[in-house]
Design a protein around this ligand. Structure first.
Ligand SMILES: NC(=O)C1=CN([C@@H]2O[C@H](COP(=O)(O)OP(=O)(O)OC[C@H]3O[C@@H](n4cnc5c(N)ncnc54)[C@H](OP(=O)(O)O)[C@@H]3O)[C@@H](O)[C@H]2O)C=CC1
Ligand SMILES: CC(=O)N[C@@H](CCC(=O)OP(=O)(O)O)C(=O)O
Length: 344
């Protein structure tokens, strides 16, 4: 398959290049950047030096890119992918967008949270949380790849919601992310002195991943629900740990909770069920496409607490995007994604 990456100089673009370097059925054709057009990618990411001799094209070259590609990954900031996605989709190219532009079934929800008009609302995009929407991804022309916090949190909660084991409006998600989640661009919040030896919450009560999590959990609950979600920035480069709390319905046993996780993920390669009482950790998933889940029952409060660890750049972005690419093209879903976690 001939594959291009629009917005290849960002961290998710870099991770796509790193992963696709080991993908036997994907050949990188074009890569783009607006600020570094014409430069060699190996000059920007020297660790990729022996893998890629490509220079960077620009969004101006989209027609040429569409003509030469079977699939295009988009790694642009949200708000910038829709215009490119429209041109690519109209040219018959399969699109996997790593940002938020194609994640919402209702474009009004997108517009409300992202404060930009949607210019490709009729795209028919599919939400690409692969384990939960695989059948739709198979037939998709455009996939809206999930956000990193959302991947970790939805995978943690979907089994409980689907089985009707928890009080729907009792969900609280407390999640911590490594700084690469904020992208490669420089900002005050992510510079070393501000971030090192520091842990802080942000966007409390209003983070844009809230409606994305609600959309997916509503699908599995069969009725609308609201959640509380608090993200935190933690001084490490990559990884997300999402701690999800919910009240169990009366009479739900620990075994019923175990069984809900087994039923949904027992056959899934990339979701590792560490089990009841287990402690997933970001380092155990680093550099890999795994999501590790562990759950605890607090008998005293009647709550279930699910811990979910992923690498934000892999299962939370580029790895899941490649997983979706594989599904869209009928390949083994694991192709190019068999890296073991990088530990220590
Ligand atoms: N980082 C993460 O963990 C995750 C990120 N995402 C999403 O994936 C997308 C990419 O994220 P990430 O790689 O981290 O971001 P980066 O900030 O690291 O990279 C952004 C990319 O977009 C390009 N770009 C920036 N501004 C513009 C613009 N105005 N017009 C055109 N191109 C532009 C940059 O190119 P250049 O500056 O070279 O011109 C660069 O290639 C985002 O939508 C993000 O929200 C999703 C899940 C996880
Ligand atoms: C640490 C950090 O800043 N994380 C980002 C989310 C990263 C992500 O998943 O972004 P998208 O939803 O845009 O794809 C944030 O909180 O905005």
């Amino acid at each position: 398959m001939k594959v291009s990456i629009v917005g290849a100089t960002g961290y998710t673009g870099e991770e796509l290049l790193r992963i696709l370097a080991g993908h036997p059925q994907a050949e990188i054709i074009h890569i783009t950047s607006e600020s570094r057009t014409g430069a060699a990618i190996a000059g920007i990411y020297p660790h990729l030096n022996s893998f890629y001799q490509h220079t960077l094209d620009s969004l101006q070259d989209l027609d040429k890119i569409a003509a030469a590609s079977d699939a295009v990954f988009i790694g642009l900031p949200h708000g910038h992918a829709m215009a490119a996605g429209k041109i690519l989709a109209e040219a018959g190219v399969k699109v996997i967008d790593l940002g938020a532009d194609y994640r919402f079934r209702d474009s009004k929800v997108y517009e409300q949270w992202y404060k930009v008009p949607h210019v490709h609302a009729d795209a028919g995009a599919v939400y690409g949380l692969t384990e939960l929407y695989r059948e739709q991804v198979k037939a998709a022309a455009i996939v809206g790849n999930p956000g990193c916090y959302t991947t970790a949190s939805i995978l943690a909660l979907a089994p409980l919601v689907k089985r009707g084991l928890i009080e729907l409006n009792s969900v609280i998600i407390d999640a911590k992310s490594g700084v690469s989640g904020a992208g490669r661009g420089l900002s005050l919040n992510s510079h070393f002195t501000e971030m090192f030896e520091n842990l802080k919450a942000y966007n409390v009560g209003g983070h844009r991943h809230t409606p994305e999590i609600e959309q997916a959990l509503t699908d599995f609950a069969g009725q609308p629900l609201t959640i509380s979600f608090t993200p935190h920035l933690i001084p490490m480069a990559r990884g997300i740990l999402s701690t999800c709390y919910a009240s169990l319905k009366a009479g739900v046993t620990p075994e019923a909770v175990d069984e809900a996780f087994q039923a949904l993920y027992g056959g899934e390669y990339f979701v590792r069920l560490l089990g009841r009482g287990a402690y997933p950790a970001t380092k155990q998933t680093r550099g890999s496409n795994f999501c590790d889940l562990g759950w605890h029952i607090d008998e005293r409060t009647g709550r279930v607490i699910v811990l979910s660890a992923i690498d934000n750049l892999v299962k939370g972005a580029a790895g899941q995007a490649v997983q979706n690419f594989n599904v869209m093209f009928g390949l083994d879903e694991r192709t190019g994604l068999l890296q073991a976690p990088l530990y220590p």
